[in-house]
Design a protein around this ligand. Structure first.
Ligand SMILES: [Zn+2]
Length: 254
């Protein structure tokens, strides 16, 4: 079996603004310059991506808030719940659309995340020819349990997809979506403020896998050369420590 590979358009990429690495003004603060607006819900907005760099894909952007300097890890719970509900709903619509083989739903935050715009946003991308699940394995989502409540589980990977540290929030029942949103926020907040003393960057990825919705939160650093060169994964020996730290910081009172 051959690995799927996405074709990337360099000419479109060249025109993209970049508010993280260059000082371009924020495109998401100027609605008049956005591409087609698909839906507005409160301060959130789903728009077409003005710079669709991927071939055989339909790229949309979910602008999370009208506050440019805000961050998912800081949202008051009601906004967090609305955002995750909105995102999952739109992602599922695309997943269920026969025009696409699968749909990606993810977020980049910070200079090492691969993102180019600071303004909080996520991406929902329909892939016409590729099913992202072909690259997945059950073990990527298995780990040391940090927390479990009705319909949702939270763990830190023991056999991560790349490493070193990956958090998984496993939603077994859609009724538990708000509880999952809160655990996603905890993982993002822990990453930015406590993991290795606080890191600048993370990614959040959603998967539909074995009848479940799974979110993976990945603190980002320069990708390990052992992975880049040899596809060798690594896992942090701090897994038990990270688990206890998150429990103490966020979940102890329950
Ligand atoms: Zn902005």
């Amino acid at each position: 079996m051959q690995d799927s590979i996405l074709l990337f358009d360099q000419a479109i990429a060249k025109q993209k603004p970049n508010s993280i690495h260059r000082n371009s003004p924020c495109p998401f603060c100027r609605p008049e310059e956005l591409a087609r607006i698909l839906e507005v819900r409160g301060s959130m907005m789903l728009v077409e991506n003005k710079y669709p760099v991927l071939q055989d894909a339909y790229q949309t952007v979910l602008i999370e808030t009208d506050e440019c300097q805000s961050e998912l890890s800081e949202y008051p719970l009601p906004h967090l719940y609305q955002l995750i509900r909105f995102g999952v709903e739109k992602w599922m619509e695309m997943e269920n659309n026969a025009a696409f083989r699968s749909a990606l739903f993810f977020k980049n935050h910070g200079p090492l995340s691969g993102g180019s715009i600071r303004h909080p946003h996520m991406q929902i991308i329909g892939l016409k020819t590729i099913d992202y699940r072909e690259n997945l394995r059950d073990e990527y989502f298995e780990g040391e349990t940090i927390h479990r409540e009705n319909g949702v589980a939270f763990n830190v990977s023991t056999r991560p997809m790349i490493g070193m540290t990956e958090f998984n929030v496993i939603l077994e029942d859609l009724e538990a979506i708000d509880r999952a949103a809160r655990l996603i926020q905890i993982a993002a907040h822990y990453t930015l403020h406590h993991y290795h003393g606080g890191t600048s960057s993370y990614n959040l990825f959603f998967y539909r896998w074995s009848e479940k919705i799974i979110a993976k939160i990945v603190p980002r650093f320069a990708t390990s050369p052992l992975y880049v060169g040899y596809k060798l994964r690594q896992v942090s020996n701090h897994v038990p420590l990270i688990k206890t730290e998150i429990q103490n910081l966020y979940l102890k009172m329950e």
